[in-house]
Design a binder for this molecule. Structure first.
Ligand SMILES: [Zn+2]
Length: 344
């Protein structure tokens, strides 16, 4: 940490320490106060400048469950405050190995570890310590360093994040909103697949019990309810709700695909099936459009707004289907033959 001339913790915008245990930033375990250091305490680095004490205490906590050691003192800081008070022009004097020695040893370690795959691996170095060579492509991203602050593009095979976990605020926050661990994130997403399998398995029974038109209506209504349940997580942050939403998103569309494909193939003369199916497949082209709208709305107004918009769109979609004559069909129409339509 570099020279912060005579500023109090309040003037610096530091979050006051509380004596009560806080939720661990990684696993949500109880993290009680663990120790305190002066804000000017330098890294234990030979040749690093040792500044005078600042008089600003920084309290650290330790998670009783996973052992993660952290402070929440800087959690209200913006990137600009980090640049002004810590990663400023004087930083190199406090951490002389920052620019050369440490990145080189980290880079060597990664390069050795990935030696066999380097030539076909695209690596994103988050935090900018690595600057590895020999990889197909190595992009450095570091919001604190102007020349590396541009957002990286595309997909990467390997993402390294040396010395960044202690700085990560945004990712844990996103996970924290739903209080999901890595396992629960996977389980929640897997509910989508489980929903599709269950939907496919029960489809025959559902179609035997319910009127044909009702099954057609069930898909879009399921989608609408799923979107509503997902939007509800913005108010009631329950992982179970997210899982239920993904499950419904799996079940509904499978019933829809089975019932509408059956309907289409029943009422379309065999001769025209190719053309009619082509028009149906053509509508899949709308999917990237939906993704683009999601990206734009999410980027401009946040994920919450995106979820509310999804409810409105799923609602409109369900209305269109419910108003169509298809939902009033009592049973699957008789298969139509080629003789029903004149040659065209
Ligand atoms: Zn923990």
């Amino acid at each position: 940490m570099s020279a912060t001339h005579e500023m109090s913790a309040t003037q610096l915008g530091l979050r006051p320490a509380s004596a009560t245990a806080l939720s661990c930033k990684i696993c949500h375990g109880p993290a009680a106060l663990f120790g305190v250091v002066d804000m000017h305490r330098p890294c234990e680095i030979p040749n690093g400048v040792r500044p005078p004490l600042s008089g600003v205490p920084i309290y650290y906590r330790r998670c009783a469950t996973c052992g993660f050691l952290f402070t929440d003192a800087f959690d209200d800081w913006s990137i600009d405050q980090f640049k002004t008070h810590i990663y400023n022009d004087g930083y190199l004097a406090f951490d002389p190995d920052y620019a050369g020695k440490r990145p080189i040893s980290c880079a060597n370690m990664v390069a050795q570890f990935w030696a066999a795959h380097k030539s076909n691996t695209r690596v994103l170095d988050f935090g900018g310590v690595l600057r590895a060579s020999g990889f197909l492509d190595a992009v450095t991203y570091d919001p604190m360093v102007p020349e590396h602050a541009g957002r990286p593009d595309g997909k990467f095979d390997l993402v390294t994040c040396f010395e960044t976990l202690e700085h990560a605020v945004f990712v844990p926050y996103a996970v924290r909103h739903l209080a999901l661990s890595a396992t629960s994130v996977g389980t929640t997403l897997a509910m989508y697949g489980a929903g599709m399998v269950v939907g496919a398995l029960v489809a025959t029974r559902v179609m035997r019990r319910l009127a044909f038109g009702t099954v057609i209506g069930l898909g879009p209504v399921c989608g609408f309810v799923a979107a509503g349940v997902m939007a509800l997580t913005t108010v009631v942050a329950m992982p179970l709700l997210a899982g239920l939403s993904f499950f419904l998103l799996g079940v509904g569309p499978i019933l829809w695909v089975i019932s509408t494909t059956t309907l289409r193939q029943s009422v379309t003369p065999p001769r025209l099936l190719g053309r009619v199916s082509a028009i149906n497949i053509l509508s899949y082209g709308a999917r990237p459009l939906g993704s683009a709208i999601g990206a734009i709305v999410g980027g401009l107004y946040g994920a919450e707004t995106c979820l509310y918009l999804a409810v409105a769109i799923f609602g409109a979609q369900a209305m269109v289907i419910l108003l169509s004559p298809a939902v009033s069909l009592a049973r699957q129409p008789e298969m139509i033959g080629d003789e029903a339509v004149p040659a065209c």
